[in-house]
Design a protein around this ligand. Structure first.
Ligand code: ZN
Ligand code: ZN
Length: 617
């Protein structure tokens, strides 16, 4: 491709065209070329078309018009148009120029460049029709062994999610060069086979930034956040330049792990290396701070962003809601409305959650109604679930049920789940039974529903009900998810699992700390709840099982490894159980330590014996 770029714009006047040339300038240059007779030369007129298409893609329409004035446009001019359109917002227009090649009066034939660009167009279009037919055409014209075309084909099939086709094309390459190797690594990483991608990646004699970026993105997307961060560090040790796309993956990995130190470090890296701050990157940065519980820093990033889109606003709103700042969330939403930013579905999920965390029922209802009336957005299942939650948390269970019964679509497990939680909270066994039955009808292995129902029975001391639920779970093979808590210390992420997990190198010290915590809790009057409650969801059949929940290990480890006074931040994959919640509240008071737990749903900021969720989560 480079050679074809180099041969354009040799004429001094044509060479004036660059990305900043305005339409007015283009017209002037055009006139000059006409006056000097330059455009009578088919080669030079082709160059003019190509130069505008490649260097000034904002004026594609204009180069198109110039092309129409040429008598017999060259293949180079057509290829340039195909290439320019393949990168434009209307890639399908590329095919128009392909057909003009085939029907040209001077009997042009497409070459490997033509097909390379057409394959890229098909990748852009992500269409299952054009992709394979372009593949067929290029085989017919004998370009299936061109390395550029082959690598483009692999990228295209990856875009279509056809990993098998990628492998087929790759295995047909006799001696795959670096570009083809990069293509297959990227394809495997993109399509979810990240382990195989890593295998190929490790075998590459040389790796270009595209392969690194694809690997990190692949890890981040499938939730292998630690691997993503590990590779990011390796990337820097090898001195590979990191681009903004890669930084988005890195930040999303930090987000997932709640790894604030590494997130901060990534932020510093972005500033130090002047990584281009796109809207997506800024939004990812904001999201990272919000999900790591540092909302003031998140808002600082938000207000500092020059350009914001609807996702930026939605992420900020969602962050405020998740961190329990419901009023601030609604304030920000009214700023958004004043600034004339059109909200979307995602925005309203954030806004409704903001209403829920502070119990603003009427306000929430009003926003829900405004979705359709004001913005023409049809509420979806998730929004309905939010409203059930809103009524439920406020203790208005009848209205919650009524709302579910009047949904225009079949209620989903999420709506019933919200009602079930509220039933537990307000000890309404009848509604709890109804809700859990409905959930199990929809998802017969929804362990959360069984656990909650069993807890509702346990609260009312109906132990037959408890054992029935347990038997039911066993019979249906419902498995409880293993609880896992993550804590970051000095930029390293430590994972703890529920039960007898003694794999940590400092296990003995952690045990000792746990004993000390337990002793001091008992002194302060703590009594473990001995109801046969199925705790969400790490229940073990042992008596001391409660003290084996993963977040307790993580907290104890935080005490022995973090500096005095540094808040202990934990990310948990499940909801926090009642006992852990009580215990953590007490620990925050007895040890005078701030503890921040992000569970599957929201943040709990424990301080001085209280939690920011006020006992509802
Ligand atoms: Zn627990
Ligand atoms: Zn809480």
């Amino acid at each position: 491709m480079m050679s074809s770029l180099r041969c354009i714009a040799k004429h001094p006047t044509i060479a004036l065209v660059d990305s900043s040339t305005t339409l007015k300038d283009l017209k002037q240059i055009h006139t000059q070329l006409l006056i000097n007779g330059v455009l009578n030369d088919p080669h030079l007129s082709g160059n003019f078309v190509a130069t505008i298409a490649i260097r000034n893609p904002n004026n594609l329409e204009y180069s198109n018009r110039v092309l129409d004035q040429c008598d017999n446009p060259s293949l180079f001019a057509f290829n340039s148009m195909i290439r320019a359109y393949s990168k434009s917002s209307t890639p399908s227009k590329s095919f128009h120029f392909y057909s003009r090649i085939l029907h040209s009066r001077n009997n042009l034939l497409p070459d490997n460049y033509t097909f390379n660009f057409l394959v890229r167009t098909s990748a852009q279009l992500s269409s299952f029709e054009t992709g394979p037919s372009v593949h067929g055409a290029l085989v017919k014209h004998g370009f299936e062994n061109d390395p550029h075309v082959q690598s483009a084909l692999i990228f295209m099939y990856a875009e279509l999610g056809c990993l098998e086709q990628c492998h087929r094309v790759f295995s047909g390459i006799a001696d795959p060069d670096l570009v083809c190797q990069t293509a297959i690594v990227s394809a495997c990483a993109k399509c979810g086979d990240v382990d195989y991608a890593r295998l190929l990646f490790d075998e590459m004699p040389e790796r270009d930034p595209i392969a690194w970026n694809a690997m990190i993105a692949g890890y981040a997307q499938c939730g292998k956040s630690r691997e993503a961060l590990g590779l990011f560090h390796l990337m820097q040790m090898e001195g590979v330049r990191v681009n903004e796309v890669c930084m988005v993956s890195v930040l999303s990995a930090c987000c997932h792990l709640g790894a604030l130190d590494q997130g901060r470090w990534a932020h510093a890296y972005i500033e130090r290396n002047k990584v281009r701050m796109t809207v997506t990157l800024g939004t990812a940065l904001l999201d990272m701070y919000a999900k790591c519980g540092n909302m003031s820093k998140a808002m600082e990033v938000f207000w500092g962003m020059k350009e914001k889109n609807v996702y930026t606003w939605s992420v900020a709103l969602g962050g405020l809601a998740m961190n329990g700042f419901g009023e601030k969330c609604l304030e920000l939403f009214s700023v958004m409305e004043k600034e004339g930013v059109q909200p979307n579905e995602v925005t309203f999920v954030s806004v409704l959650r903001g209403c829920t965390v502070v119990g603003l029922v009427e306000e929430g209802r009003r926003h829900f109604d405004s979705m359709k009336e004001l913005y023409g957005i049809e509420p979806q299942l998730e929004h309905y679930g939010c409203i059930v939650d809103l009524y439920g948390r406020a203790g208005r269970l009848d209205e919650a049920l009524n709302f579910i019964n009047n949904m225009p679509m079949k209620p989903h497990a999420g709506a019933w789940g919200a009602l079930l939680h509220a039933s537990r909270m307000y000890r309404n066994m009848e509604l709890g039974e109804l809700a859990s039955r409905k959930i199990v009808e929809l998802e017969d292995r929804n362990h959360g529903a069984y656990v909650l129902l069993s807890n509702i029975y346990a609260d009312s001391k109906l132990y037959d009900g408890v054992s029935n639920v347990r038997q039911n779970m066993k019979a249906k093979g419902v498995r409880k998810l293993p609880g896992c808590s993550v804590i970051e210390v000095d930029g390293e992420v430590h994972e703890f699992f529920a039960g007898e997990d003694n794999s940590h190198p400092r296990y003995n010290e952690i045990e000792m700390k746990l004993e000390e915590i337990s002793r001091r809790l008992k002194l302060a009057g703590y009594v473990a709840n001995t109801n046969p409650v199925l705790f969400d969801i790490e229940e073990e059949e042992k008596e001391d099982a409660l003290f084996k929940h993963s977040e307790k290990f993580a907290i104890a480890f935080g005490f022995i490894s973090l500096r005095e006074g540094v808040p202990i931040r934990i990310v948990k994959n499940l909801r926090v159980c009642w006992d852990c919640h009580d215990v953590t509240k007490m620990i925050s008071k007895i040890f005078n330590r701030e503890i921040i737990v992000r569970d599957r749903n929201r943040f709990h900021h424990f301080q001085n014996g209280e939690c920011s969720c006020k006992g509802y989560w």
